[in-house]
Write a protein that binds this ligand. Structure first.
Ligand code: OSB
Ligand code: MG
Length: 369
């Protein structure tokens, strides 16, 4: 199959509340939305880029340039027999995985639609519902944090992740644990600590956390392997695992107990499945992370999270946790058992609200084969 037409859009879609991590703040989605046409089929995808390159090296502007100058032309020249052909076709471009992922997701949606199957079934999904939680950003004080967490629990979420940083780590985690002794609780440092902080991080040990996510540098595996035996909390890698090779290194070096899989960080669903399978073979659980995606990327994430080794709840909250109005007509709602229902229709299942998408589009670019 040849792709006949590709359209890219830079968007700005405001979040319901500002999201703050150890290294940046975001007030809205700066994603790149992808639309493709082939064989009379229209498919949609998303590169969940941010405003600034503070999570990884990419942002909306770098994605915009690399897609137009390299990735889109390379994809238009490729004859695709399945979505697995996208990653090798773009491999000559180093890194830029989030930009690549937007194209790869869209091609998966295209093939699923062509085969009149759901994306989840095409990926090998086995669950009808996926367990999810909420990632709670850094708050101004502990009373506010307890109120925010309580609000999400009232909505039906049963797993909470707290963003932590030096000065906002042990005490907020203790406060949430004391308020809800049985809550499934985990923390995410987004690469802000150093190996010399090991004793400090061990102060999280008593709080019975599901995991501590990415305490050390965004590109580190070596020091995480040294840190792991110094903590009782299970150690999880996010930023560091950008490819199946990186996952293999982490597993062979015993650098983590758990892997957070975000297909956008890894450059696509194909390599995400490879990591899922490799971790499963090694007896290591994985869970599905999030990048505050719009309803398009969210539907892709839900489909992937339906694979069997996603055994911990994902950072895939319902659309209304992020947006007052999303760019899809069929947002997910949280079920009473803290799950989202995996779409069974054709493709990823998100129905794009093209009028509202037009309203939030900053720039549009289109090219034919
Ligand atoms: O590190 O998991 C992260 C959001 C943006 C960038 C990085 C991360 C996050 C989150 C939010 O934690 C996950 C979500 O709800 O989408
Ligand atoms: Mg993370």
């Amino acid at each position: 199959m040849r792709i006949e037409r590709i359209e890219l859009r830079k968007i700005l879609l405001p979040y319901v509340t500002m999201f703050e991590t150890s290294g940046w703040r975001e007030t809205g989605s700066h994603a790149i939305i992808v639309r493709m046409e082939a064989d009379g089929i229209v498919a949609w995808g998303e590169s969940p880029t941010g405003e600034s390159p503070f999570y990884n090296e990419e942002n909306q502007k770098t994605g915009w340039v690399i897609l137009q100058d390299y990735l889109v032309p390379m994809l238009l020249q490729t004859d695709l027999s399945s979505a697995w052909d996208v990653t090798p076709a773009l491999a000559r471009v180093r890194g830029n995985r989030m930009a690549k992922a937007g194209l790869e997701f869209t091609v998966w949606d295209l093939f699923a639609r062509r085969e009149k199957r759901s994306l989840a079934s095409l990926l090998g999904g086995t669950r009808e519902r996926v367990e999810v939680g909420v990632s709670v950003g850094i708050q101004k004080d502990i009373p506010t944090l307890l109120e925010v967490v309580g609000g999400y629990l009232d909505e039906g979420y049963t797993r909470i992740k707290l963003k932590i940083k030096p000065g906002w780590d042990i005490e907020p985690t203790r406060a949430v644990r004391e308020a809800w002794p049985d809550l499934r609780l985990q923390v995410d440092a987004n690469s802000i600590y150093h190996l010399s902080d090991a004793e400090h991080l061990a102060e999280l040990d008593p709080f019975n956390l599901l995991l501590v996510e990415q305490p050390l540098a965004h590109d580190d595996i070596f020091d995480h392997a040294k840190l792991k035996p110094m903590l009782r909390s299970p150690l999880c890698l996010d930023e560091s695992i950008v490819s199946p090779e990186h996952a293999r290194w982490a597993i062979e070096m015993n650098a983590c107990d758990i892997i957070n899989i975000k297909p956008s960080r890894i450059g696509g669903l194909g390599d995400a499945i490879k990591i899922h399978d490799m971790a499963q073979a090694a007896g290591m659980p994985v869970w599905h992370g999030g990048m505050l995606e719009t309803g398009i990327g969210r539907a892709v994430n839900v489909a992937l999270a339906s694979l069997p080794n996603f055994t911990l709840p994902g950072d895939i909250s319902a659309n209304d946790r992020y947006f007052k109005r999303d760019i899809v007509k069929n947002p997910f709602a949280i079920n009473a058992d803290s799950t989202l229902t995996v779409p069974t229709g054709i493709g990823h299942g998100a129905i794009v609200d093209e009028d509202y998408l037009d309203d939030v589009t900053l720039e549009r670019w289109e090219i034919g084969a």
